[in-house]
Every structure is written in C-alpha cells, then in structure tokens.
Design a protein around this ligand. Structure first.
Ligand SMILES: CC(C)(COP(=O)(O)OP(=O)(O)OC[C@H]1O[C@@H](n2cnc3c(N)ncnc32)[C@H](O)[C@@H]1OP(=O)(O)O)[C@@H](O)C(=O)NCCC(=O)NCCS
Length: 223
C-alpha cells in the first residue's frame, strides 16, 4: 500500500451552526486504498456487511453494542443510521463488489466535542494485508483536517496486539494502560490507549485562524 491510495474525494457542504467550529467540511468520503475504497454506506451493502460482521473473532475485540450474531436487520439499521448522520463519521471499506469492513468514529460531547474515538474491523479473509493501517491514516486525516477535530483516540483491549500495531503504523502515540477498564465475554480487560492529536501549541483560542495541521508521527510526539 502506498500514497497512491489517496484518490479523489469528496463533496463539500456547510455544517450546521451547532457543529463545533461551524466550518465547511467534506461530508462524502471516497478514497482509494489500492484495490479497495473507503466510502459512505449504501443500503445495498447490508448483505455483505452482515456476512462479514457475523464473526465471533471480530466481535470479541469490539464493544458489546456490536451485535453477535450479526444479522441482516442489524446491518440495515446500522447503514440507515450511517446514511442519515451529519457530519459523516461512519465509512465502509469495500471492493468493487462488496463491503469488507467498517471504520468510523464517535465524536465526543461537551468539553470533548473536538475529540473522537475511532473504531474499525475488517473481514477476516482480508487480515494482514495492511488495509486497516492505511484506512486509519485516511480517516484520521479526514477527522483532523476536514472535521476540524483536535484529537483522535482508540483503546484496543490489551489482548489485541494486531489493533495496537495498526495504530502504531498509522502514527498514533501510546498514552498508557487503562487498567481493568472493560469487561468482554466475562473477562475483565485492560485497554491500551493510543492517540493522534494536533500539536497543543497550534490551538488558537478564539482567534478564528485555522491552525496548521500536525501530522501524526511517533517520531515527533506532540508536546
Ligand atoms: C485489527 C484489524 C482491524 C487489523 O486489520 P488489518 O488490515 O489486518 O491490519 P494491518 O494488516 O494493517 O496491520 C496488522 C498488523 O498487526 C500485526 N499482527 C497481526 N496479528 C498480530 C498479533 N497477534 N500480534 C502482533 N502483531 C500482530 C500484523 O502482522 C500487521 O503488522 P505488519 O504489517 O507489521 O506485519 C483486524 O484484525 C480486525 O478486524 N480484527 C477484529 C476487530 C478488531 O480488533 N478491531 C479493532 C478494535 S480496537
């Protein structure tokens, strides 16, 4: 996978004034990653979504809100929600034929409204090809640049080294261990917190200037 992944994208639309910074943003994702694409959801994605998402090896690493078993109706309601949300935060990872994964974020509330938590999964038959590491880079860039957020974070269970590796490869910084912070499948688990932020010094309180982008890099951590 290389930088040619970053194909064309997107249409612009003005966000409602309730959105944190009231800026224009890209609301339709359409980015190539090799033979795959990251794009908005379509209702016809439901069968492939439910087929690939219905996998205990995926469920075991996600929140309990992710259904298991994952049936067609689960896929349809997820997609309907994704289609109607604004700004767009939920994306499909797809081949020309079908959806093979999902990546999205949940934007925080109140004082956390300029942050988002990232979540993702990929169909098992596509694991280990570098797809998610590239997808995380694309969606993080979208979040920091187009949605004007300041921090993206993810907290994989400590028993999920593949996800930690994905975040590291995407330039996320390890911030620490959230001890005994989750219960999954009857087990109390630690979570490893990773983040990608803009540099703190670029925050222009109330001046209205758009600060320069700080690209995530483990080599030059944020201050
Ligand atoms: C985690 C997941 C998204 C990774 O997707 P992917 O496209 O296979 O990831 P990538 O190929 O970009 O990178 C995975 C890296 O982890 C490594 N890896 C895989 N299993 C590993 C393990 N058990 N221990 C250590 N590293 C591991 C791979 O070798 C690869 O690193 P490399 O490129 O240096 O070889 C996918 O496995 C998945 O959907 N898992 C279930 C759901 C999930 O865990 N979601 C994240 C919740 S936080």
């Amino acid at each position: 996978m290389n930088q040619s992944l970053h194909g064309d994208r997107c249409k612009k639309r003005r966000l409602p004034s309730s959105f944190p910074l009231g800026v224009e943003t890209i609301t339709e994702m359409n980015r190539k990653i090799g033979n795959f694409i990251i794009r908005g959801w379509k209702i016809e994605d439901a069968p492939s979504l439910s087929k690939h998402a219905n996998n205990r090896k995926i469920w075991i690493h996600l929140r309990d809100a992710f259904p298991h078993p994952y049936v067609l109706q689960d896929a349809q309601s997820f997609i309907l929600n994704a289609i109607h949300e604004h700004p767009k935060t939920l994306f499909a990872i797809a081949t020309s034929e079908e959806v093979i994964g999902s990546i999205g974020m949940e934007i925080g509330k109140d004082v956390h409204r300029l942050t988002a938590e990232l979540g993702y999964w990929l169909a098992e038959s596509y694991w280990g090809k570098g797809i998610m590491s590239e997808a995380v880079k694309v969606v993080t860039e979208y979040a920091l640049q187009d949605l004007s957020l300041y921090r993206i974070h993810a907290a994989p269970y400590a028993v999920n080294p593949a996800s930690a590796k994905v975040l590291k490869k995407a330039g996320f910084r390890f911030e620490g261990t959230l001890h005994s912070s989750a219960i999954k499948d009857g087990h109390i688990l630690d979570q490893h917190l990773y983040s990608c932020t803009r540099k703190r010094s670029t925050f222009n309180w109330g001046k209205g200037d758009e600060p320069p982008m700080a690209h995530c890099s483990s080599a030059s951590p944020d201050r």
